[in-house]
Design a protein around this ligand. Structure first.
Ligand code: 2AM
Ligand code: CA
Length: 258
């Protein structure tokens, strides 16, 4: 049986997922606006977020909400974080690597989180202490311990977020691993680390709504989450390094050579 919070998140995500799927099938009618260079919002993002908020407000009218599209809605100390579509660029281009993210945070700790890809019908979830799951399958990070065998996810910077030296990081990782994947949804990158598909993942300049659920899901699947320099991650960090634990130190070194 799903924990009660996850049950409610599932209800909200699956209802909103129907809107996402409908719009994914009619991309020619999509209205797209640019928030900044490379960062887009569509009418689907707004509709999906509204649907999630409508469902959650019924169950949790007094909570605080932190959302990608509506900003912060102030309430009590219980906080829900929402990204209606993580992977909006993929969505716009008809690439099915998109996800709905909903997490609960109490005292700056993520206690429950879901990542739902309605197109591939993959529902990832975790509650603290309850393990990590995709649909009915328990998740476990990979066992690979040789960095040279490992597939690593990242997000390439885009537009104004492009930072100096990112090519050096990419170069170091490419030279020492089996390859890099750029999936385009940070939430799915973390879900794939938890699933043992990717062995590690790092990204800089990232928002909490992209990674909130994934942080808990990776930890509950036996993985590690830190800052890129190996220090403790907290909810104010705008970067993340995650892995199956075995390769963490070595991967960190490849990212800290400059
Ligand atoms: P978003 O779709 O919710 O904006 C991956 O690198 C992360 O960066 C995603 O979680 C994605 O979140 C965000 N992002 C924003 N603009 C992007 C772009 N043009 N290309 C790729 N990712 C982008
Ligand atoms: Ca988004």
């Amino acid at each position: 049986m799903l924990p009660p919070t996850i049950n409610i998140f599932e209800k909200a995500a699956k209802k909103a997922g129907k809107i996402l799927i409908r719009d994914f099938g009619e991309l020619e009618n999509l209205q797209i606006e640019s928030k900044s260079l490379g960062d887009f919002v569509t009418n689907a993002d707004l509709k999906v977020e509204k649907s999630i908020l409508d469902t959650l407000n019924y169950y949790y009218p007094d909570f605080t909400y932190i959302t990608e599209e509506s900003g912060i809605i102030k309430g009590n100390e219980n906080t829900i974080i929402i990204d209606p579509i993580d992977g909006t660029s993929n969505f716009i281009h008809g690439i099915p690597h998109v996800s709905i993210v909903i997490a609960k945070m109490v005292d700056r700790e993520i206690t429950d989180g879901i990542i739902y890809n309605p197109i591939l019908n993959e529902f990832f979830w975790s509650s603290k202490g309850r393990g990590a799951w995709c649909n009915n399958r328990r998740l476990r990070v990979s066992n690979r311990n040789k960095l040279s065998d490992c597939l690593i996810g990242t997000g390439l910077p885009f537009g104004e977020s492009v930072y100096n030296n990112y090519q050096i990081e990419i170069d170091n990782v490419l030279r020492n691993t089996a390859g890099i994947r750029r999936i385009g949804s940070a939430a799915l990158d973390l879900a794939y680390v938890a699933s043992g598909k990717l062995d590690g993942y790092w990204e800089k300049d990232i928002n909490l709504w992209d990674i909130c659920s994934g942080i808990l899901i990776v930890k509950e699947a036996g993985g590690v989450i830190t800052k890129i320099n190996g220090e403790k991650w907290d909810v104010d960090c705008r970067e993340v390094l995650s892995s199956n634990n075995h390769i963490h130190k070595e991967l960190r070194k490849k990212l800290s050579l400059h």
